[in-house]
Every structure is written in structure tokens, then in C-alpha cells.
Design a protein around this ligand. Structure first.
Ligand SMILES: [Zn+2]
Length: 229
């Protein structure tokens, strides 16, 4: 996981990777194959990393207008997808920098509201998802957030969340005093419990429930939390 991605747009996450298996069955995925950001139509979308535009295309009933960018990570090629766009601001074959404008958001293709669908694909990985993987662990900490009060947890890479609401979808979910299984269990959440989080560990998928209390979003394909609206 050498490559670090930047978040392609600032907006609330409305659907995480792996959510809503029933909806994604028809595309042959065990769940949502990317991350959705709920944003108004026309929002500028930026490339998540430096790379080369691989494809600018339209997929009726799927991604709508989308841009696919190829990124080299050592010997591996990774692809990022930006879907349901109004229009692209780049052309296939063009080199882009991290954070460079690649298009404007909309609601084209199979989409029920204005949003960006962001996907990450690594050939040969995660066969159940045809190579799509959860982009969340690849995001570097946001350099644009204002410093918070010093955290007592060890220094790591964290992503600030825009007060995202979560609901526990697993029977019992362990709460730990840090973002990782190496931390002590200090309590449990039960199915249906709701909380608002401002912070996510980007190294592995851990969410801060309240200061000093963390739980895992998912482990080995089992999803523990969903975003509640
Ligand atoms: Zn999506």
C-alpha cells in the first residue's frame, strides 16, 4: 500500500465500500464497489493521485459519464474511477497531477441523486469485487483540516469526517482505546447503536466513536457499520 490517495472531493460520504449487497448483486458485486460522496451537481472533482487518464467514457445505466485514471505504484497499476459526472475536464492519454481537476459532478448513469462515485481497482486483487478494493485505507491524512486538540492516541494518519453518522449493523462490536486490534477492549456497541464520528484512521479502517474510543468499520469482508442518514 505504498500509494497514498487524496480525497477527490470534500463532501459527506453517503455510501461506504461493501454496503447494500442487495443493490449491487445485479452488477455481480457482493456490495458497493466504491465510496460515494453526496455533493451538489457541478462540484469540481480532483484526481486522487498523479497518473495518466486511461479512459473518458459514458456507461448508460452504470457509471454514466466517468473518468478512469491509471496510477503506477511500483510494478502495480492502480486505477481510480470518478463516476456519474456531468463532464470531464481531461482527455484520455493526458497526464494529471494529484489534486488536478478532472471533471464536474452530476447524477448521470445509475444514480439516485447528485453524488460522486469514487472507485479504486487493482488488477488481481479482491476477485469477488473484480479487482475493486476499499479506497479508505489508501487515503492519506487530510492536510487541509485545522489542528484539533492534541490526541492521546499514537500519532498516525487520520482523516477528518464531516460529522458522519454511523449505525452498528453487527450484533456486538468491540470498542477499543485506540485504532487497532492491539489496543484494549474497553466496551461494546450493540446492533442498532448510533453515533457521530469526526475521525477515521486511514491506515486501517477504524472510526473514533468518541475521544479515545474506537471501533472497526469492517474486518475481512464483514461490515460492522453503515452510514445512517
Ligand atoms: Zn457508488
Amino acid at each position: 500500500m505504498a500509494i497514498k490517495l487524496i480525497v477527490p472531493v470534500n463532501g459527506p460520504i453517503t455510501q461506504l465500500f461493501g454496503e447494500n449487497p442487495d443493490i449491487y448483486k445485479k452488477w455481480g458485486f457482493p456490495g458497493h464497489n466504491g465510496i460515494d460522496y453526496g455533493i451538489p451537481n457541478g462540484t469540481p472533482i480532483n484526481s486522487a493521485a498523479a497518473g495518466t487518464v486511461n479512459q473518458v467514457s459514458f456507461e448508460n445505466g452504470g457509471y454514466g459519464n466517468y473518468v478512469k485514471v491509471a496510477h503506477q505504484d511500483g510494478s502495480k497499476t492502480l486505477y481510480t474511477y470518478y463516476a456519474h459526472l456531468a463532464s470531464a475536464a481531461v482527455a484520455a492519454g493526458q497526464k494529471v497531477k494529484a489534486g488536478q481537476l478532472i471533471g464536474y459532478s452530476n447524477n448521470t448513469g445509475a444514480s439516485t441523486g447528485p453524488h460522486l462515485h469514487f472507485g479504486l481497482k487493482i488488477d488481481g486483487q479482491n476477485p469477488a469485487y473484480k479487482g475493486y478494493v476499499d479506497p479508505m485505507p489508501y487515503f492519506q491524512s487530510s492536510g487541509t483540516t485545522t489542528p484539533e486538540t492534541p490526541s492521546t492516541t499514537e500519532q498516525g494518519d487520520f482523516v477528518s469526517l464531516p460529522d458522519l453518522k454511523f449505525e452498528v449493523t453487527y450484533d456486538t462490536l468491540n470498542l477499543r482505546n485506540g485504532p487497532g486490534v492491539e489496543y484494549s477492549i474497553i466496551g461494546q456497541l450493540t446492533k442498532g447503536a448510533k453515533f457521530t464520528s469526526k475521525k477515521l484512521s486511514s491506515r486501517s479502517v477504524w472510526v473514533e466513536v468518541e475521544p479515545g474510543k474506537w471501533c472497526a468499520l469492517q474486518f475481512e469482508g464483514t461490515i460492522y457499520l453503515k452510514v445512517s442518514k
